[in-house]
Design a protein around this ligand. Structure first.
Ligand SMILES: C[C@@]1(CC(=O)O)c2cc3[nH]c(cc4nc(cc5[nH]c(cc(n2)[C@H]1CCC(=O)O)[C@@](C)(CC(=O)O)[C@@H]5CCC(=O)O)C(CC(=O)O)=C4CCC(=O)O)c(CCC(=O)O)c3CC(=O)O
Ligand SMILES: NC(=O)C1=CN([C@@H]2O[C@H](COP(=O)(O)OP(=O)(O)OC[C@H]3O[C@@H](n4cnc5c(N)ncnc54)[C@H](O)[C@@H]3O)[C@@H](O)[C@H]2O)C=CC1
Length: 209
């Protein structure tokens, strides 16, 4: 599995199933500003609340998944080509496997909350501090361990880490734009990295005095 960052701007996630696990996946894709299409005959309470809160971002079809649904969507849904990926998130392993199988033909990336073998991607644990993203994965071996490690890392990276990154980034671009000598440029960028997060915080505190 190759860990990459996918541009999800103006893209749809198709989530089939609307239970507790689907809820977590929906929250995650909404967090990344995606739009969501949900297909499920019954919807858990937490998702019902999301439907109210994010009425512009979520579209729901109250029905069972069937292959005919893809054909119907392809014909009727003008944004079909904007679907980035599908997540089979029902509590029925056979249905989830069927979804993975069916969507492969449409060349849409497919994942499942129960199937591990044929899927194209898996979700990862994620720590975000502005533009800094740290991800954790056990390749499906132990999601509970992913959660534990994610929490441990979170304490090492305070929220202000995003400001530290912004500061370093600005300084880095100054060096890149002003320095023509490649060796000096490289050296100055290395020196910039010697400013630790702790040192940056001290400097900003002194600056505010
Ligand atoms: C393969 C994968 C597919 C996918 O969903 O993409 C998958 C599969 C399964 N998860 C299961 C269980 C749990 N999953 C979590 C939590 C998370 N699961 C997530 C991702 C993934 N889960 C993918 C690979 C992740 C990796 O590589 O490690 C995270 C990272 C992302 C997210 O969902 O947002 C999020 C952590 C978020 C965080 O806190 O950082 C917890 C903890 C909790 O809920 O508190 C439990 C209960 C404890 C336990 O069992 O470990 C089960 C067993 C179901 C059963 O018992 O039958 C399966 C199915 C199976 O294993 O077959
Ligand atoms: N990947 C993960 O992170 C995790 C996966 N799991 C697995 O997920 C499954 C349970 O998921 P929950 O969300 O708790 O289940 P749930 O029972 O809360 O929800 C199931 C949802 O699937 C829908 N559904 C059922 N058949 C359908 C069909 N044919 N078409 C469309 N929708 C259909 C139901 O209407 C309901 O909305 C379990 O099998 C468990 O092994 C459990 C924990 C974490």
């Amino acid at each position: 599995m190759l860990p990459i960052m996918i541009n999800t701007k103006n893209k749809y996630a198709l989530i089939i199933g609307a239970g507790n696990v689907a809820y977590r996946k929906i929250c995650k894709v909404l967090d990344h500003n995606m739009k969501v299409i949900v297909i499920a005959p019954s919807v858990c309470k937490k998702i019902e609340e999301l439907l109210v809160k994010y009425s512009d971002a979520i579209k729901i079809y109250h029905e069972n998944y069937t292959k005919d649904f893809i054909v119907k969507m392809e014909k009727e849904f003008e944004f079909f080509n904007d679907i980035s990926f599908v997540i089979a998130a029902t509590n029925n392993e056979c249905v989830n496997s069927k979804i993975v199988y069916d969507f492969k033909k449409y060349k849409i990336l497919t994942s499942s909350i129960t199937e591990a073998k044929e899927i194209d991607f898996k979700f990862v644990g994620e720590i975000s501090r502005g533009d800094l993203t740290i991800t954790v994965s056990t390749n499906g071996k132990f999601p509970g361990l992913t959660k534990k490690i994610r929490k441990e890392i979170e304490t090492d990276f305070p929220k202000e880490y995003s400001e530290y990154l912004n500061y370093l980034s600005k300084e880095r671009y100054k060096i890149i734009n002003r320095e023509n000598d490649e060796d000096i440029k490289k050296k100055r960028i290395e020196e910039l990295l010697k400013i630790s997060y702790e040192k940056y915080i001290l400097l900003t505190q002194e600056g505010n005095k």
